[in-house]
Design a protein around this ligand. Structure first.
Ligand SMILES: [Zn+2]
Length: 158
């Protein structure tokens, strides 16, 4: 066995696929006889196998990334639910306090109107504005905050 035969065998091994039938036959015969080149071929095949398994590893990473995204999405949904609950409670609080304070405010405006000697519709309009303005401000603030949070995160809450 000449040295050039081993070199040629390793060259064919390095080429891998795409050998002619004659080359494959010659290589198989050489590998049957030559242990050194057989080891070389095994090592080369091992490299090829590990290269082929790389897409699988990438897939596993992709799966992990997808799982993380799903978990992230779920946590964002939970946050959105909590925020909705908070907004709901705030609205309830505003409504409740408004309901409780309306009769008192009404009487206060009536008393002030009579004290100032203005017509009934004037103090009633003042009362209406005084009562509606805070609710308007609060709802505008909540709305602005909600949109702000939505813009910061992904468009998940809705
Ligand atoms: Zn050889």
């Amino acid at each position: 066995m000449t040295r050039s035969a081993h070199d040629e065998a390793r060259e064919l091994i390095a080429l891998g696929e795409g050998l002619t039938d004659a080359q494959q036959t010659w290589l198989r015969l050489h590998l049957d006889e030559c242990e050194a080149c057989r080891h070389y071929a095994e090592a080369a095949n091992g490299v090829v196998r590990s290269l082929r398994s790389l897409p699988l590893a990438a897939d596993a990473r992709l799966v992990r990334a997808t799982q993380m995204r799903v978990r992230f999405h779920a946590s964002r949904l939970r946050e959105a639910r909590e925020r909705l609950w908070l907004v709901g409670m705030a609205c309830l609080g505003v409504g409740l306090s408004a309901t409780l304070t309306v009769p008192l405010l009404w009487r206060l405006f009536q008393w002030m109107g009579e004290w100032a000697g203005v017509s009934a519709w004037v103090w009633q309009a003042g009362f209406a504005f005084f009562w509606i303005a805070p609710a308007l401000v609060v709802s505008a603030l909540l709305l602005a905050r909600g949109t702000h949070l939505t813009d910061n995160g992904e468009k998940h809450w809705r």
